[in-house]
Design a binder for this molecule. Structure first.
Ligand code: SF4
Length: 325
């Protein structure tokens, strides 16, 4: 079983762009083996062909919302797109979806920063704060899930955060399906340090929910836990919280490791704190200590492998000059 992600078809899937092109995304290409993608092209879905006339978001004077217009053909596709989006969302509400990857900048799929034009074919864009009509419907109905755009996945931290979210959501499905408290307790125990690296206050609240002092029904406890857990991922993890989680884990070995090993760990931690290195070296040291001293609780901690290792070492996909984040 793999996590399920809905994706704009033109990203690595089909040559469905208006000009018959396809968007290459090294991040998505890397994910193909480990994620089950559901491709969707809303423009093809409303019956537009490939290739086709380009369309744009237009702000009409008399209404607040945007229209989806093909200038060349003089056609307004707004109603057709809203209809398609509504149907698509009702269909996937019944499926197990863990997240979305949508095409940046598209008047249909773009989740943010889409160019908006005035109702005058000769004018240039009035601003870049629009949202594609299909994306708008997805965000309205699935704001609790990870929704990313392909451009942003070129940033290492956002790529990492996105994968952590969808794989954690996917793992939680077992608890949602079983509705058994033991599965919830195991899930929380295994994710404790991962959640700490995001938000310590919410992690402690999740611990209290799991303890279930009032003896509530499992269904109620699991629902409350799920709602609170999703909030943890509203922001990416911070360096400060990540360092705190790593320090806590290293504390398990304070009597076992010698001074040189401890100093080496502290050096790597300082490098990470200063942004000179990633997390891999710290995680590798912890993994080695866990294996050497046979520490069963830490060996189950998801923070060390929050998603398949094949996705963790693809640093060549990141654009170091990508500064928009
Ligand atoms: S951005 Fe969306 S509507 Fe446009 S080609 Fe890609 S999938 Fe189709």
């Amino acid at each position: 079983m793999k996590p399920v992600v809905v994706i704009s078809s033109c990203i690595e899937m089909e040559s469905f762009r208006y000009n018959g092109g396809i968007i290459r995304s090294p991040a998505v290409a890397a994910m193909k083996e480990e994620i089950h993608f559901i491709p969707v092209c809303p423009e093809v879905g409303i019956g537009l062909g490939v290739p086709r006339a380009s369309i744009r978001l237009v702000q009409k004077k008399e209404v607040d919302s945007y229209s989806l217009v093909s200038l060349e053909e003089g056609m307004d596709h707004t109603d057709a797109m809203n209809h398609f989006s509504g149907h698509f969302v009702s269909d996937i509400l019944n499926q197990s979806v863990d997240g979305f990857i949508l095409k940046s900048g598209s008047p249909s799929c773009g989740p943010s920063a889409v160019k908006v034009y005035p109702d005058n074919p000769k004018s240039s864009a009035i601003h870049k704060k629009g949202r594609g009509l299909f994306a708008d419907k997805i965000i309205q109905d699935f704001s609790h899930l990870a929704i990313e755009e392909d451009d942003r996945l070129r940033n290492e931290k956002i790529y990492d955060h996105f994968l952590i979210r969808i794989f954690t959501h996917h793992r939680f499905r077992k608890v949602l399906q079983s509705q058994v408290m033991k599965d919830l307790v195991d899930f929380h125990s295994n994710h404790k340090y991962l959640f700490m690296s995001y938000n310590q206050k919410l992690t402690s609240e999740l611990g209290k929910i799991t303890a279930n002092p009032g003896g509530a029904e499992p269904t109620e406890v699991i629902r409350e836990y799920y709602t609170r857990m999703l909030k943890i991922f509203n922001r990416t993890y911070s360096h400060k919280n990540m360092i705190n989680a790593m320090e806590h884990m290293a504390g398990y070995f304070k009597k076992d490791i010698d001074k040189e090993e401890k100093n080496l760990f502290m050096e790597q931690m300082e490098m990470y704190r200063q942004g000179k290195t990633g997390l891999d070296s710290l995680k590798n040291m912890l993994r080695q200590w866990i294996a050497r001293f046979r520490e069963p609780y830490l060996s189950r901690q998801v923070i060390l492998n929050p998603y398949p290792p094949s996705l963790a070492f693809v640093s060549e996909i990141f654009d170091k000059t990508y500064l928009r984040i």
